[in-house]
Design a protein around this ligand. Structure first.
Ligand code: DHB
Length: 308
């Protein structure tokens, strides 16, 4: 079964890759992704300065999903600008995830990272874990201004990682913004921000930063992810490639993302919990499912979700 896919003109050897943030901070982690069956190497969202991130514990996994408030631990953009050319040897696409604390940060980072020639740049408008900083993706006007400026300094295909939206009006407004700024792909969704996981035995929160509040991932967010993939697929009439992110733990989860309109999927919580072997398992599970259903490839079922 051919599980390869194409996003914004870039060919991926399969349709499963890491989600930004999952096992992709250090040079060693990025190398390990290169050697694994991940279809791409997606970097941790990078900031101007290197960061240690929030105090630990800052990630907690449980059967229904995960909560994290990492606080953007990363090596700083100059380190990734050096590392990205070295990752070329793995012969798979490299996606640089760009973040920042101001519009200016995003522009500086995007410009320098663009020169290190990743295959794609994913602009992260949806980090929910910085105390005092609202998610940019929840402000359409700020998003529009920022994306226009970043677009001007980026020549590789540029996409956007969006937060989950819970109202069709918000999805429609963001789609209008994206139409106007030359975005070439979407990664949907980032974690469901500012959830709270409680340990009733200990009568305490699960993670230390922000009083226990953090971004939710894993199986519990899959319906929210699928809803956003479907909504944006429809809003763009299937013309804008979507990377589905949220709750992909098995081949069926990926199939559901493809039915909703995804062209590939990223794996976050399941990669953190299971390790790099997750990619081969997901490939096998999806290949068996597609074969059983008579689909020749993931793209053959893309968007085919039936309504009642
Ligand atoms: C972090 C979490 C995110 O969901 C994100 O998009 C970027 C950074 C973090 O806490 O490190």
């Amino acid at each position: 079964m051919d599980l390869s896919t194409t996003i914004a003109g870039v060919r991926f050897p399969s349709c499963f890759m890491n989600a930004a943030g999952a096992r992709c901070v250090t040079g060693d982690e990025l190398d390990a992704l290169g050697r694994s069956r991940s279809a791409a190497i997606v970097t941790k969202s990078m900031t101007l300065a290197p960061r240690d991130g929030n105090p630990e514990p800052r990630y907690y996994g449980f059967p229904a999903g995960s909560i994290n408030s990492m606080g953007l631990p990363n090596l700083g953009y100059l380190a990734y600008a050096r590392i990205i050319p070295e990752l070329r040897k793995f012969g798979k696409p490299i996606i640089a995830s760009v973040a920042g604390f101001s519009e200016e940060d995003f522009v500086i980072i995007a410009k320098v990272i663009n020169e290190s020639r990743p295959d794609l740049i994913e602009v992260n408008l949806s980090c929910p874990n910085i105390p005092g900083e609202p998610q940019i993706g929840y402000d359409p006007d700020v998003s529009a201004r920022l994306l226009k400026r970043v677009r001007n300094v980026v020549s590789v295909p540029m996409g956007v990682k969006l937060p989950p939206y819970f109202d069709p009006a918000h999805q429609e407004r963001m789609a209008q913004v994206l139409e106007g700024v030359g975005v070439q792909f979407l990664s949907l969704i980032n974690s469901v921000g500012n959830g709270l996981v409680v340990n009733p035995d200990e009568e305490r929160v699960a993670i230390k930063p922000k009083g226990g509040f953090g971004g939710l991932g894993g199986p519990l967010i899959k319906p929210v992810a699928l809803a956003n993939v479907r909504a944006f697929w429809k809003l763009f009439g299937g013309r804008l490639p979507i990377i589905g992110v949220g709750g992909v733990v098995n081949g069926t989860d990926a199939f559901e993302h493809f039915l909703c309109g995804a062209s590939a999927v990223q794996v976050g919580t399941a990669l953190v919990e299971e390790g790099l072997g997750v990619f081969e398992r997901l490939e096998n599970e999806l290949a068996m499912l597609l074969a059983r259903k008579g689909y020749a490839s993931p793209l053959a079922c893309r968007g085919n979700l039936k309504e009642l």
